[in-house]
Design a protein around this ligand. Structure first.
Ligand code: ADP
Ligand code: ZN
Ligand code: ZN
Length: 725
């Protein structure tokens, strides 16, 4: 008798047995099936076939339908899912669901979404020569562009700024026709000649082709890491293999894409959250067929199928966006390294400010360290100056010297960037008469003033209320704004430099689809201007004319309560400072601080991330914190703090472990205990090795699963958490 072992998308950490639909003799693992589950029908994935079940076969339900002719997930991805479910202690059904493109999570058949390809006809070439499309310049531009390529897919055309109506018009005129995907190997544009450090990096990676070997490529911003990636990929592609490139969430800029596309014309597939479901599916399938050489994408692209994977690159490997922060809390960086091991290929983790985890792996001999110390193309490192602002009269956060320096920069025809990691107008509204504070009704935090919208907004839940004119308590009109946010800073700078464009870049101004890229092009037109923004400014974008960076109010990061706080602050400071003077002109970084003697700042002044990281690693070792130990968090959230606390205490007791030493920390309430009216608590598990951590987690799970805590309590497991709360 044929029995299917099926992973059903539900929160249970197990798979389920089903009979095949009537008349079906065999089903391959990785095939999607439709199964009855409770009173619903769910799209599930067959893990394996067997001929016995622990359940009485008479009680087994039958799958309703087989959705794929061929398995949607290959054996490699299926094995990866099973590994990840065990590693992250997450339900296998949910892991597999995350792996699938959204279209395939529904009952859609996995029809191959072959993309249309186009090429220029002879008539098209004649039209181009005769310049007969002068009244349709965009069509002429498309025709001209495509005439230099063999063929291009609709997605590629779109990436190059052409839309379907133009394609359609040209098809109708007979200037374009349907083509087929270009056969690989393909034309590869020539790269730059590398400097010796870059050369060493590329040949070290080449030498490991066909072997599993992780490399940590550490080089300051502008040192030519991307050029190293491109040439390593070139060698991989020339051997007929594919490369996977992971980038952080907002690191996938049009600039980056164009650079890859220019190098590997027509060979780039892209996966990110901005794409329509159909586009995502077609690029996913394209990679699986082996029809593209390079897949670039954000976190979830780590689950792309490949025909023959030869190289993985993780750019800005320290970036927190690689870790999914809800549901299946995987780290795309760590899964990428696991995939490289499965496919026996090299993997490059690149960063100017590597995570302590990766540096630890270098020290353990697991990763090889490649260093780029020079800035490529001759750019000079910036000069960093600390500005002690104790007792200094500030103008909405800006010291007079900072304003003066911005003025000098603008006068020289250059651009300045002001960094403040806090959006909105002001983080706090207070009544000077009675002390009333604007606080969220649903969270233990104060509300941020958004002046343009005339609102008080909570940055932790979606709550907002109108900005009061007078104090809601004492009705005096003595409401004052405490401290600046980017919106207020923008206003101040506009007042100080009325003839200069001030461009604010934060989550509130970059909502529109093309808003960010429009702002970036405005800046890069090169007129003197001031950029104001949050950490969104620290990633990916290249602003060659920025020569001054001013950093305000960074002290919060230096004194953060989280064990990773110092690491994050150092990374952010180094990354933002790296925005200064990327091209020929030397840059300056001014750091305003109340803590000029802080050791993080002292090491930054020496412009070197490595000694700073060494120091933090030594500290973590001394305290037994990751990466010299391993941790996981069990978080509970409920409508009562007491319920969370009791539940986690029961879990801790239920493990039967004495829990002295450093096995457990907590349960402890989160620093912002109440968010959106839910109370939150953490139980932190720490172990000396992975095996011990897993056995601790298994015990905790077995203790937690039978508990019936009430108060709408939900609990989750987070392995290798970024934060403990
Ligand atoms: P990173 O990725 O480390 O920030 P990039 O690869 O973007 O660095 O390089 C920074 C700048 O230097 C880019 O404009 C790039 O074109 C240029 N560049 C990189 N490598 C070389 C090289 N070998 N010769 C000349 N210019 C280079
Ligand atoms: Zn008042
Ligand atoms: Zn709130």
């Amino acid at each position: 008798m044929l029995i299917l072992d099926v992973a059903v998308p539900c929160p249970l950490r197990r798979s389920f047995d089903y009979l095949p639909p009537d008349g079906v003799q065999s089903v391959e693992p990785g095939t999607r099936v439709l199964v009855p589950f409770g009173n619903r029908r769910l799209v599930a994935v067959v893990l394996s076939c067997k001929n016995t079940s622990q359940v009485d076969p008479a009680k087994l339900k039958a799958a309703v339908d087989i959705l794929d002719n061929q398995p949607t997930l290959g054996t490699d991805l299926l094995a990866l899912a099973q590994w990840a479910a065990a590693y992250y202690h997450h339900p296998i059904g949910e892991v597999l669901q995350q792996m699938l493109p959204v279209r395939l999570r529904k009952e859609n058949p996995a029809r191959d979404q072959t993309e249309p390809y186009y090429r220029v006809t002879d008539a098209g070439r004649e039209a181009l020569a005769a310049n007969s499309l002068s009244r349709a310049p965009k069509q002429a531009e498309l025709l001209d562009w495509l005439s230099h390529q063999q063929t291009a897919s609709r997605n590629t055309l779109k990436q190059n700024g052409f839309e379907y109506p133009q394609i359609k018009a040209l098809l109708d005129k007979g200037f374009l026709e349907r083509g087929t995907a270009p056969t690989r190997p393909v034309a590869i544009a020539e790269g730059k000649s590398l400097n010796p450090e870059q050369q060493h990096a590329v040949s070290s990676v080449d030498a490991q082709a066909g072997n599993f070997q992780p490399f940590l490529l550490q080089g300051v911003t502008g040192s030519g890491k991307t050029e190293v990636y491109l040439q390593a990929i070139e060698h991989c592609v020339k051997q007929g293999k594919q490369a996977l490139v992971l980038v952080p969430e907002i690191g996938l800029t049009p600039q980056t894409l164009r650079r890859f596309e220019a190098r590997f014309p027509n060979q780039i597939s892209v996966l990110h959250s901005g794409l329509a479901d159909g586009e995502r599916l077609s690029d996913w399938q394209r990679a699986g067929r082996g029809d593209c050489a390079v897949m670039i994408g954000t976190r979830s692209a780590v689950f792309t199928p490949f025909k023959e994977l030869g190289l993985i690159i993780i750019d800005e490997e320290h970036d927190p966006s690689y870790k999914q922060q809800d549901g299946f809390r995987y780290s795309a960086r760590d899964i990428a390294v696991k995939r490289a091991a499965d496919h026996t290929c090299p993997v490059i983790l690149g960063s100017a400010t590597p995570s302590l985890e990766s540096l630890h792996n270098v020290q353990q001999g697991k990763y090889r360290h490649l260093l780029l110390n020079e800035r490529a193309g001759g750019a000079q490192p910036p000069t960093i100056k600390l500005m002690d602002i104790r007792n200094c009269e500030l103008n909405n956060g800006l010291a007079p010297q900072s304003l003066a320096a911005i003025g000098d920069t603008l006068a020289k025809g250059e651009q300045a960037l002001v960094f403040l990691n806090r959006r909105g107008f002001s983080p706090l509204l207070q009544c000077h008469a009675c002390g009333w504070l604007g606080q969220c009704d649903h969270c233990d935090v104060s509300l941020t003033v958004h002046f343009g919208r005339r609102q008080l907004r909570c940055h932790h839940c979606d709550a907002y209320k109108p900005l009061p004119e007078v104090c809601p308590d004492c009705e005096n009109d003595s409401l004052t704004f405490k401290g600046p946010g980017t919106e207020r800073l923008e206003q101040t700078l506009k007042g100080a430099f009325p003839d200069t464009q001030v461009i604010r870049i934060d989550r509130d101004t970059t909502g529109g689809k093309s808003a960010m890229s429009e702002m970036v092009s405005t800046v890069n037109e090169g007129k003197p201007c001031v950029l104001v923004g949050t950490q969104m400014l620290a990633k990916g974008h290249h602003f060659p004319l920025v020569t001054l960076v001013v950093m305000l109010d960074i002290d919060g990061g230096l004194f953060s309560p989280d064990f990773r706080g110092a690491e994050r602050a150092g990374q952010l400071l180094t990354q933002v400072a790296g925005r200064a003077g990327r091209a020929e002109r030397p840059g300056t970084v001014l750091i305003q601080t109340h803590a000029p003697d802080h050791p993080i700042l002292a090491t930054l002044l020496r412009q070197d991330y490595s000694p700073f990281a060494e120091r933090l690693l030594a500290e973590r070792r001394q305290l037994g914190l990751p990466p010299s130990s391993y941790s996981a968090v069990i978080r509970a959230e409920a409508n009562s703090l007491d319920a969370c606390d009791k539940f986690l205490h029961a879990v801790r007791r239920g493990t039967g472990m004495p829990g002295n030493g450093n096995q457990f920390l907590g349960p402890l309430p989160a620093p912002i205990t109440r968010k959106a009216n839910r109370y939150r608590c953490s139980l932190i598990l720490i172990a000396q090795d992975r095996k011990q951590l897993h056995s601790l987690l298994n015990r905790a799970r077995r203790a937690a699963e039978p508990l019936k805590p009430g108060f709408a309590l939900r609990w989750t497991i987070d392995v290798d958490p970024l934060e403990w709360f």
